[in-house]
Design a protein around this ligand. Structure first.
Ligand SMILES: [Zn+2]
Ligand SMILES: [Zn+2]
Length: 455
């Protein structure tokens, strides 16, 4: 199936909002416009084969060849101004390059004469390669060149006035802008929904709300653990690191839903607010996926039409257009990935996981968290141990902070948070141990202050 049809079908199949479909890349229109570009180039003797030949003979700056600049006029205009410049060898206003057909040379001469005052002389070098090929040609200008084989032949740049390439890139660029704006609006909308879900979650699962809230909190921990395991939109694993394609994301999302279903996590949520929050959470993910799909399919349309452009003209824009257009969302960014980061900081983080609160040295829960000057947090016991050994440097960042830590470094807010969210397991024994550590800690401090006196 041709891509034009495939694209149209995909837009219909995915159930995108009409407004999205209206803003999609106008692939058919671009294809029609590309025909006009091709015809225009052919009329002046610059068909794709001639341009391809010019490109291949271009070995160094100032040599015969061409340059196609999409952002030709560095002005404040947001629009791309494509500019085609051909480098030719001119001798007394006559193009002497034998690689060009007589018609092309004819056209270039006309343009060159018409724009004589704009011409810039780039280099003046004898072109050995050119002379040898020119001698095989019987055209009058070439005989001329043959006669002057020993004299330098100037390379001139001739700017080719084209109309339809400007039209083509206007259409494409405008649509990319429109899609960028649309994605920006969608992202804003979803951001609002994510933030609101985050607030609901914080409110609903506060352990202080009672037994049901505490049970739901434990359930959410399991749900989110599965969610993180699924790595739906983005993987941090070494084996498949990076953003997911829409197809991969869909597969992962389905896996997550199935696991949640099988383990009866949703049914066992006690509060109706929790169950509602789960539905919103799933819907959010579905919307993220929808956005990713739409972005992907339009990115593909841009890639395809640029490839077609290059195939028909040999002007080489597939690489330069994405750079020149400055599309931060559609071409360069990923709305789904950015929003995913927000989901994890604003929704998933409302349900703290024990793993994130373990002391990085002994892997025990740091109920007595000490926050050092470098912002790293350890349990009080490990800190005391390090101080007894007179270790000065933080094991995580090597900052000279260990011996400077004192009771002021006890992180009260975090300790209160730990007590609220991870109270299970913090039985009598646990708090007894915590008290011992605290005593050790104070003793440690005491010893250190004694040491200070000695020093
Ligand atoms: Zn520790
Ligand atoms: Zn540190």
């Amino acid at each position: 199936m041709k891509f034009a049809q495939e694209f149209k079908k995909a837009l219909q199949r995915e159930d995108f909002p009409q407004r999205w479909i209206d803003s999609a890349i106008p692939y058919g229109q671009l294809k029609k416009c590309l025909k006009k570009v091709t015809r225009e180039l052919e009329t002046i003797g610059l068909d794709r084969d001639t341009l391809a030949q010019l490109a291949s003979s271009q070995t160094s700056a100032g040599d015969l060849g061409f340059h196609y600049d999409l952002d030709g006029e560095p002005c404040n205009s947001k629009h791309l101004r494509p500019r085609l410049t051909i480098f030719v060898h001119l001798k007394d206003g006559v193009v002497v390059d034998a690689k060009l057909s007589p018609a092309t040379r004819d056209f270039l001469e006309k343009v060159a004469i018409g724009r004589a005052e704009q011409q810039v002389q780039l280099t003046v070098t004898p072109d050995v390669d050119h002379e040898s090929s020119a001698s095989d040609d019987n055209d009058a200008p070439v005989s001329d060149a043959d006669a002057i084989s020993a004299t330098p032949c100037p390379v001139r740049q001739v700017e080719i006035p084209l109309v339809f390439d400007g039209e083509f890139f206007d259409i494409l660029q405008n649509d990319v802008f429109e899609l960028d704006t649309l994605q920006g609006e969608e992202a804003e909308r979803l951001k609002g929904e994510i933030a609101s879900l985050g607030r609901t979650m914080t409110r609903t699962t506060r352990p202080a709300n009672g037994k049901k809230a505490r049970e739901d909190l434990a359930r959410w921990r399991e749900i989110f653990e599965l969610y993180l395991d699924a790595r739906i939109f983005f993987s941090t694993r070494e084996s498949d690191h990076g953003a997911r394609t829409a197809a991969q994301a869909l597969k992962q999302l389905q896996w997550f839903q199935q696991e949640v279903l099988q383990r009866k996590h949703v049914q066992s949520l006690k509060l109706s607010a929790s169950r509602e929050a789960f539905t919103i959470f799933l819907n959010l993910n579905a919307m993220l996926l929808q956005n990713l799909k739409f972005q992907e399919i339009n990115q593909l349309a841009v890639t395809k039409i640029l490839k077609k452009f290059d195939k028909r003209t040999s002007l080489g824009v597939a690489k330069t257009f994405p750079v020149a257009v400055h599309s931060e969302r559609l071409l360069a960014g990923s709305v789904a990935r950015d929003l995913c980061a927000q989901v994890s900081s604003e929704v998933i983080a409302t349900v703290p996981q024990l793993d994130d609160y373990l002391c990085p040295i002994c892997f025990a829960v740091a109920y007595w968290p000490i926050r050092l000057q470098c912002e790293h947090v350890f349990c009080s016991r490990c800190l005391v141990k390090m101080q007894r050994k007179s270790e000065r440097f933080c094991p995580l960042c090597r900052g000279d902070v260990i011996m400077r830590a004192g009771l002021d470094n006890f992180d009260k807010a975090r300790a209160a948070f730990m007590r609220e969210y991870f109270q299970r397991g913090q039985g009598e024994g646990e708090s007894q141990r915590a008290r011992t550590w605290e005593r050790d800690f104070r003793t440690g401090l005491h010893r250190r202050s004694l040491l200070r006196h000695v020093v």
